[in-house]
Design a protein around this ligand. Structure first.
Ligand SMILES: Cc1ncc(COP(=O)(O)O)c(C=O)c1O
Length: 406
């Protein structure tokens, strides 16, 4: 039995991950515009909607035209179903213990399950027999990812076993691409060849498989030929396309905080553990009460800038010194009018801010959004920390209260 860690009361936390569901809705609409009418869109809402909140994300995506939902963990899929989201849901990441505990409920709820081995198939069959309901199975084919999925050479016996079992029904064949974010990489075509030849052989031996799906965000945006029956975007839906696109996608998460302290310091002042930074001249330092324990990447120390909303407008200023567990330091510049309490946007959309900001504290989101500098993005943090926006978004953890904007 796990014991919940008492949460810090969000009312007294100055940090927020502000989630804008309309951005997700608009992004999904834009992604849908790149699809043929008969291609469906599965919104991938695993990992708590890439950190944005699974249910809010799912609802926003459905409003934008998604007609499927995908969650890696069965518990997530079940939560979507319990929330009354009445669309096909696919889940794919389970082991025997989870399967024994949850698959019967999943099958009873009509949730689609992925099968990537004979063992997984038997887990699904056991579950479906126990609830006397036919499970809808997506056969995952390992075309080069080397993770879950049946190797092409071992796919036929699994399909044979599905065909022989009344309690399971094969509804799809699917795979996941390793390198679609590098459109010139031949790995994608190699995977597609393996997928297509495996599906062709299975079709010849066992009959048509109703659905095929393999496109993540990158393939959705760069390979229309891979859209097939269903596409499965994740990161693009959250506003971070992994390849060049003309589609108007915008970040759905904006991470904000407030300055805890502003102080003028003389030249020679050092900042943070290891004294990575020394002020070259007199300047004003701003302290932000957020650090790596909130999910900011320590590897980005001294390599990112953030936006500070001051009485004189928005200013993008560098973060200096090492990122600590609970705090970071900004070099506001010698003439900054920033003061304790001013809003800081760590990354996201500059038009988003604390609701109390505009009237009380000077120029608000509208002024900033139209004329001011753009906020730093999860791309900037990813570059600085030598990682990917996926990790930047999903690292913002439960210590940062989510605020879903109506
Ligand atoms: C099986 C599967 N499909 C689709 C996606 C969505 O990928 P992306 O966020 O790159 O669009 C993921 C995420 O990694 C995934 O695991």
């Amino acid at each position: 039995m796990s014991v919940p860690i008492p949460a810090e009361d969000p009312r007294y936390i100055p940090n927020r991950a502000v989630v804008d569901p309309s951005a997700i809705t608009d992004n999904v609409r834009a992604l849908k515009s790149a699809l043929d009418e008969q291609t469906a869109l599965m919104a991938v809402v695993k990992a708590d909607g890439y950190g944005h909140g699974m249910l809010a994300t799912a609802r926003a995506a459905l409003e934008g035209g998604a007609t499927w939902l995908g969650a890696a963990h069965p518990a997530g899929a079940l939560a979507l179903s319990h929330a009354g989201l009445d669309v096909p849901i696919l889940t794919w990441m389970y082991e025997p213990r989870t399967a024994a505990a949850l698959l019967p409920d999943l099958v009873a709820a009509g949730i689609d399950v992925s099968v990537g081995s004979m063992e997984m198939l038997h887990l699904v069959i056991d579950a479906s027999r126990s609830v006397e309901r036919r499970a809808r199975v997506h056969l995952k084919i390992d075309t080069g990812m080397g993770r879950n999925g049946v190797l092409p050479s071992q796919a036929a016996p699994v399909v044979q076993a599905i065909r022989e079992e009344d309690f399971v029904q094969l509804v799809a064949a699917w795979t996941h691409l390793t390198d679609a974010d590098v459109p010139s990489d031949p790995a994608t075509d190699q995977q597609v060849d393996v997928f297509d030849s495996t599906v062709a052989a299975l079709t010849e031996e066992f009959g048509t498989i109703p659905l095929q799906h393999l496109a993540n965000s990158a393939a959705l945006l760069s390979r229309p030929d891979l859209h097939r029956d269903l596409v499965r975007p994740g990161i693009a839906m959250y506003g971070y396309p992994p390849v060049e696109t003309d589609l108007p996608l915008r970040p759905a998460m904006t991470v904000t905080s407030r300055l805890a302290l502003v102080k003028e310091v003389p030249a020679g002042t050092t900042v943070g553990y290891g004294r990575l930074h020394t002020a070259a001249s007199t300047t004003r330092l701003g302290l932000v009460p957020m650090g790596y324990a909130d999910g900011l990447h320590r590897a980005a120390s001294g390599k990112v800038s953030v936006l500070v909303r001051t009485a004189e407008g928005d200013r993008v200023v560098p973060q200096v010194g090492r990122i600590s567990m609970d705090q970071i330091v900004l070099d506001l510049g010698p003439d900054s009018v920033a003061k304790a309490g001013d809003e800081v946007i760590l990354f996201g959309d500059a038009r988003i801010g604390h609701e109390s900001t505009p009237a009380e504290d000077g120029p608000g989101p509208d002024a900033a959004g139209s004329d001011g500098p753009a906020a730093t993005t999860a791309y900037d943090w990813a570059r600085a920390a030598v990682t990917i926006p996926y990790e930047v978004l999903t690292s913002i953890n439960a210590r940062v209260p989510r605020e879903v904007r109506p």
